[in-house]
Design a protein around this ligand. Structure first.
Ligand SMILES: [Zn+2]
Length: 208
């Protein structure tokens, strides 16, 4: 009875998780099976007996990760194949970076990347890993939570139109030029077309 309840709850969270991310449950299960720390934690959960550090010192696995799991063991459940912490999937070590990469895909800052991850997953050291990842991101300038916006700069008023031109990307508008994607290879021909029609401006401003 108990096992069935845990199993269906685990299943539900796993299904929700799949729907909202591109990370599949299969690699999570497979990698959990290969993860000695999670395997040992699962056996502790199944026996309802968490080992002392002395006993675990002989086993080859991540002691820090195990200790962190042991600390929160009252909130852990398992169906034997994956581990949940409350309603969050505990991610095996081999997939942790991939999860952070997925959550940081839109170059969110530290706080938002953590929020996105914590909605569905958990693993010891998540905070530190996210912080390192976002700080090392090439686009850090644009993904910092504390990023201060540049003050608005007013343009000087010109004597004629089409001298200073500003461009930006918008979705689903009826006006403007249509580009199928935003990289230079589709933007440049569009700008060529606009400038050949209206003339070449003195300056072109973009947001990035
Ligand atoms: Zn980034």
């Amino acid at each position: 009875m108990e096992t069935t309840q845990i199993s269906s709850r685990t299943q539900k969270v796993a299904e929700d998780y799949i729907q909202q991310t591109s990370l599949d449950i299969v690699p999570i299960k497979t990698e959990t099976t290969k993860d000695p720390t999670l395997q040992f934690a699962i056996s502790c959960m199944q026996q309802d007996k968490w080992c002392s550090s002395q006993e675990t010192s002989q086993i080859h696995f991540d002691k820090d990760m195990f200790k962190s799991l042991e600390k929160v063991n009252s909130s852990l459940t398992t169906d034997g194949s994956i581990v949940l912490r409350n309603n969050q999937l505990v991610i095996p070590k081999s997939l942790q970076d991939k999860c952070i990469d997925l959550a940081h895909e839109g170059h969110l800052g530290i706080v938002k990347t953590k929020q996105l991850l914590r909605e569905k997953i958990s693993f010891p050291g998540l905070d530190a890993k996210v912080e390192a990842k976002v700080r090392n991101c090439i686009s850090y300038q644009s993904c910092s939570d504390t990023h201060t916006q540049e003050p608005l700069r007013m343009s000087d008023c010109q004597d004629a139109p089409w001298i200073d031109v500003s461009i930006d990307f918008f979705g689903l508008t009826r006006q403007g030029e249509f580009v199928s994607s935003t990289p230079a290879k589709s933007t440049v021909p569009t700008l060529d077309k606009v400038f050949s029609e209206y003339g070449i401006p003195k300056t072109v401003k973009t947001r990035q």
